[in-house]
Design a protein around this ligand. Structure first.
Ligand code: GLY
Length: 361
């Protein structure tokens, strides 16, 4: 089914469009540079049939040669060995500087594909085609690319904005409800830090909000992308504003680490947002009603709100280590009100613990 797509523009030094709609996958061809003769489509095993279809379509509509690189899904795809496999495929195909990479998959796949594009011959064109909610509203937009090392997540990477991002909502129809809802945590985040209309839509009908067939779902996705586009268009390299995207992520990342990355990102971020809201309240910034709104909305979606009470020392140690490896002080994004994010720098440990007691169980 094809309908009228929405185009969101990302500004900055290397502007590009994010196209959202049904049946927009065909736009890849036009998004690739005209000089491109070879295209590497990086995809996970679950999308191998769709990637083969994409290759047929691209080869039929242009004189381009399309190579497929199937990589492991999720975090196990974000390894240097996997990047080396893609470099080998490119090297053997005489991939030149005018050729291009397409990232076709969830957030981990687009992160890896972006890193491969950023590093091959010091950078070739990249088109991102995210196939999950999380990928569409977060990972594929904003130019962050990278891989993990034994020491931590995303420690190696580059800012490498894509030429285009194509969000074909048809691709979400086969996603499991769990995966869709977990990805929706980042949409909820966009509601709390930027566009409260998202929160209104969820409260009005939480079932429709996460149903890809509903107009409410599409509107939520578009608003979340619009928010990300505005933030990264202004601050690609996270020198300031982009940090607001970390709402719920300081504790969320520590929970993901404690769970050995077996949890879905959105589940950890949901707890992290609940924590950030409690921290905002205890710091005298956010009202009780706004904190209750967090609880109500996350609960409506079936996202988790609490974590093991006894885990605090471990979580705090992880947050401290993360802070050290990134060379800064412990910082949290908190809210002065809905849609008014700000930074809380070096908060007292007793305040941090008090906020955790509100969500520990
Ligand atoms: N996912 C956070 C960022 O793109 O900055």
């Amino acid at each position: 089914m094809t309908d009228q797509p929405t185009v969101v523009s990302v500004g900055g030094d290397a502007p590009y469009d994010v196209t959202v709609g049904r049946g927009v996958l065909d736009r890849i061809d036009a998004a690739l540079p005209s000089a491109t003769r070879k295209v590497l489509v990086v995809h996970p095993p679950t999308l191998s049939a769709k990637a083969a279809e994409l290759r047929e379509r691209l080869q039929a509509s242009s004189a381009r040669e399309v190579l497929l690189a199937e990589i492991p899904d999720a975090e196990s795809g974000k390894r240097v060995e996997v990047a080396a496999f893609c470099w080998q495929v490119m090297g053997q195909a005489d991939f030149t500087r005018t050729d291009a990479v397409v990232g076709f998959g969830g957030g981990a796949v687009t992160d890896l594909a972006g890193f491969v594009a950023a590093t091959w011959l010091r950078g070739v064109a990249l088109v991102q085609v995210p196939t999950t909610v999380l990928g569409m509203v977060d990972a594929a937009v904003g130019g962050k690319t990278g891989i993990n090392t034994a020491e931590g997540k995303n420690l190696v990477g580059a800012f490498w904005p894509p030429r285009a991002v194509i969000c074909d909502l048809d691709l979400l129809d086969t996603l499991s409800a769990n995966e869709r809802v977990a990805g929706f945590a980042e949409v909820v985040k966009a509601g709390f830090i930027w566009y409260p209309e998202i929160l209104d839509l969820i409260e009005a009908d939480p079932v429709a909000a996460v149903d890809p067939a509903s107009p409410a779902f599409r509107r939520c996705i578009e608003l979340a992308i619009e928010m990300k586009a505005r933030v990264v268009g202004e601050d690609l390299r996270e020198a300031g504003l982009r940090e607001v995207l970390n709402y719920g992520h300081t504790l969320g990342h520590a929970i993901e680490h404690a769970e050995r990355y077996q949890w879905r990102h959105g589940a950890a971020i949901s707890i992290g947002m609940m924590y950030a809201a409690e921290l905002s309240r205890l710091a005298g910034r956010l009202s009780d009603e706004a904190v209750d709104r967090h609880r109500r909305i996350l609960e409506m979606l079936g996202l988790p709100l609490s974590y093991r009470a006894g885990a605090w020392p471990q979580l705090l140690a992880t947050m401290q280590r993360d802070k050290k490896s990134r060379g800064g002080m412990l910082r949290f994004i908190v809210l002065d009100d809905i849609a008014r994010p700000t930074v809380l720098q070096a908060p007292d440990e007793s305040l941090l613990f008090a906020a955790y007691q509100e969500i520990g169980q």
